[in-house]
Design a protein around this ligand. Structure first.
Ligand code: DGJ
Length: 728
């Protein structure tokens, strides 16, 4: 069993296949973090903890006159505000009298088989053969407030999930001002931090920064996990590379505002923490109520970033994504957005579909513009009724026609939004988030529906169900195109307005659960102006998410590279689009666009009628290639072979099947050069003793991994090739 308890010194050890995590309830009941890293069997590491007072570090009253115990310096598991710790804390409450001190001590613990779900929240799931859970109950020294820390261990994934439940068993309401999901203190400050920031159309750029004196904070206060930061970071040794050294991933299963930080302290320790963003959170906990924070997922990679990423990929693919399309092959789609924007009718869509179908595409996705009065982005959101001026006779005749040529049909929605110029807004102006007496802040001319309201969710459920039930719809693209502001609900009292950000996300999750339960055969793809809500919370509902509105193949190299640190390729929506590219104006070869989009869910976002016969033939072959490699790409192990942000000459990445019998090397020559030096790529993940056929040669896995493969000189910029490697 992966959880061990040593009762004499109250040490808990959580053991995954390759890692150990250790914590201790010390003699005073403080919960200390002892260790996280490569497995250390059979040892207690309590000798590492330096007790002892420090000037200007306060002591809790039970320490008396000893001055030898302060939370200010101890390595902690769940630091709280007001008990002498002055570093960033994971919990701050306000008592009815306005005070905020809290002093949590160990109360009890239990070990459970399996992994319980979290009420109303997405979470990793696992059965009793796959996981075990430790629940440690902490209690405030002076009041009946309990904090239950849950640790679920999934040994085969080297994963530990953490969540927190606060129970108010006092007779008074109290406020939670700050509640993070996980925090831990690492010894030393000699660490680097990887973060994944960006902006619209430039999401998840990996940045490596040394941890330094003070605090590095990443966060979103946009009501969504955002394009600008991702709820994922990695702490690593200075020497950690793709395949060597230790690193610690921290990922939050949440789609709203979040915060995370790495903070060094006076004792040369580094605190890593993540959870709800306190700027957007204040929750009143009535007597008898409890509150559960979102889940954080920790994975320690003992053999470099790649080992950590591959465990996240497997875990999120197998134990977070759900439903029919977790394993079923997803259709190759064509989306009309970049082909037509808002200017389409059923004939135009049919023409796009027919040509695509002839080349092997399996599904047409009708994007924004099919409903209400929606000829541009100024109006119509909320009116989820088919616009029969565009689609004569409604949806069913079009869907039947598309089905009739052997294609599936998918549809776009942006359920959470409302246009002021819509019938819905005219009927229910109070259904959006807005502050009474002030003019609203618009973003893409639209306002946000108050998803915390049951009546709003019921309306959306009724409308979406009516549309999805009206024709044979196989796919939904669930979009969300603004950052939130004016986050105020017309139905909550003033003292609960601090709850709206989180209630919004809970409401969204509830609606997604309801609609996806009602339509279990529909494939859902998440989207938020591209990758503005590319997070594990959304992956629980949508097995794939549109990775970015930037469909330029060269820019995608960096976006997909950054995304791959946490998220599997099977989750990354990626399409071939027209050139010059609509976001960058860059012209790249169709072959390269295909190879890059194939390292994702693969589809097209253009009118294939506009192609030459030669290009159509390339499309036909791309589709065949993708189908041939589908399992390898979607379920294989992913290896990053270059960092496209640093290497402007080429980008390379590789898929390897689980049995190591097949691999696919993808190589993009980003910029060529005169008189080029040879590029030799060392492959990864092969069986060193096995022989492989590659480029007409037979080489051992050892030769391919340790010596490498010389890439051909390709003629010009932005050229790409795929090389198959097969065991013989
Ligand atoms: C943003 C999405 O990312 C695009 O793909 C497209 O669906 C537009 N919204 C439509 O408004």
């Amino acid at each position: 069993m992966p959880i061990f308890f040593e009762p004499n010194d109250r040490v808990f050890t959580l053991r995954t296949d390759k890692t150990s995590y250790q914590l201790q309830a010390d003699a005073r009941g403080g919960l200390l973090h002892l260790y996280y890293g490569p497995a250390i069997d059979g040892c207690s590491l309590s000798h590492l903890v330096a007790f002892g007072g420090k000037s200007f570090s306060g002591c809790p009253s039970d320490v008396g006159t000893e001055r030898d115990y302060t939370f200010d310096t101890l390595p902690q598991e769940f630091p709280v505000w007001g008990n002498s710790d002055y570093r960033g804390t994971a919990l701050r409450v306000t008592w009815p009298n306005g005070g905020s001190s809290l002093d949590l001590r160990y109360d009890s613990h239990r070990i459970l088989p399996g992994k319980p779900g979290l009420p109303g929240l997405p979470a990793v799931y696992a059965d009793e053969s796959e996981a075990e859970t430790l629940e440690i109950t902490l209690k405030d020294r002076f009041a009946e407030v309990y904090v239950i820390l849950s640790y679920s261990v999934l040994p085969a994934f080297d994963a530990i999930t953490r969540s927190v439940r606060v129970e108010n068993r006092t007779g008074d309401a109290l406020k939670l001002d700050n509640l993070l999901s996980a925090s831990m203190d690492f010894a030393g400050t000699d660490w680097d931090l990887l973060t994944f920031g960006g902006r619209w159309a430039r999401e998840r750029n990996m940045t490596r920064t040394p941890v330094h004196n003070g605090k590095i904070v990443i966060s979103s206060n946009r009501g969504a996990s955002s394009h600008h930061q991702n709820p994922f970071l990695v702490l690593c040794e200075k020497s950690t590379t793709e395949d060597r050294g230790c690193c610690y991933g921290l990922s939050l299963v949440y789609s709203g505002s979040f915060t995370a930080f790495a903070e060094t302290d006076q004792m040369d320790q580094t605190r890593l923490a993540m959870g709800l963003n306190p700027e957007c959170f204040c929750w009143t906990l009535q007597p008898g109520e409890s509150f559960t924070a979102p889940e954080a997922v920790l994975i320690c990679g003992t053999e470099g970033f790649g080992s950590m990423s591959r465990q996240y990929h497997r875990l999120y693919r197998e134990h977070l994504c759900r439903g029919k399309y977790k394993h079923a092959r997803r259709p190759i789609l064509i989306n009309n957005w970049e082909a037509t924007y808002f200017r389409f009718d059923e004939e135009k869509l049919f023409a796009i579909a027919r040509q695509a179908h002839e080349l092997g595409v399996e599904m047409l996705v009708m994007d924004d513009g099919w409903f209400g009065k929606r000829d541009n982005d100024l109006s119509g959101l909320g009116d989820w009724f088919v616009n029969e001026k565009k689609l004569k006779g409604g949806l069913k005749p079009l869907v039947d026609r598309i089905n009739g040529i052997g294609m599936k049909f998918g549809i776009w929605f942006e359920p959470e939004m409302i246009s002021e110029d819509s019938d819905l807004y005219r009927a229910h102006p109070d259904w959006c988030l807005h502050l009474p007496g002030r003019e609203p802040l618009r973003n893409r001319y639209q306002l946000t529906l108050d998803m915390s309201r049951q009546d709003v969710r019921d309306y959306l459920f009724e409308r979406l169900s009516a549309i999805l039930g009206s024709a044979n719809i196989a796919y939904v693209k669930w979009d969300m195109n603004r950052s939130m502001m004016d986050v105020y609900s017309a139905v909550l009292p003033p003292e609960q307005q601090g709850e709206v950000y989180h209630r919004y996300i809970l409401g969204l999750y509830e609606l997604l659960e309801r609609i996806e339960t009602a339509f279990p055969d529909v494939l859902f793809e998440g989207c938020s102006g591209g990758g503005g809500r590319f997070d594990p919370g959304m992956l629980y509902y949508h097995p794939q998410i549109w990775c970015s509105d930037d469909s330029d193949a060269i820019e995608r190299l960096e976006i997909q590279y950054g995304t791959s640190f946490c998220y599997p390729v099977s989750a990354m929506g990626a399409h071939v689009s027209a050139v010059p590219n609509h976001q960058t104006g860059r012209v790249t070869p169709l072959n390269t666009r295909g190879i890059v989009a194939m390292s994702g869910t693969f589809g097209y976002e253009m009118d294939l009628n506009k192609m030459t016969d030669e290009e159509k033939e390339i499309v036909r072959q791309q589709i065949e290639t993708f189908k041939r490699y589908y399992d390898l790409i979607s379920y294989g192990d992913y290896y990053r072979l270059s960092n496209p942000a640093e290497n402007h000459r080429y980008a390379a990445w590789q898929f390897v099947s689980e049995d190591k019998k097949k691999a696919l090397l993808n190589y993009v020559q980003v910029l060529t050069t005169a008189n080029p030096a040879p590029v030799i790529i060392r492959l990864r993940g092969l069986d060193p003793a096995a022989s492989y056929s590659v480029n007409g040669m037979v080489l051992t896995g050892a030769a391919l991994m340790y010596a490498g493969l010389r890439m051909p000189e390709l003629p010009g910029d932005h050229q790409a090739i795929q090389i198959e490697i097969t065991a013989v």
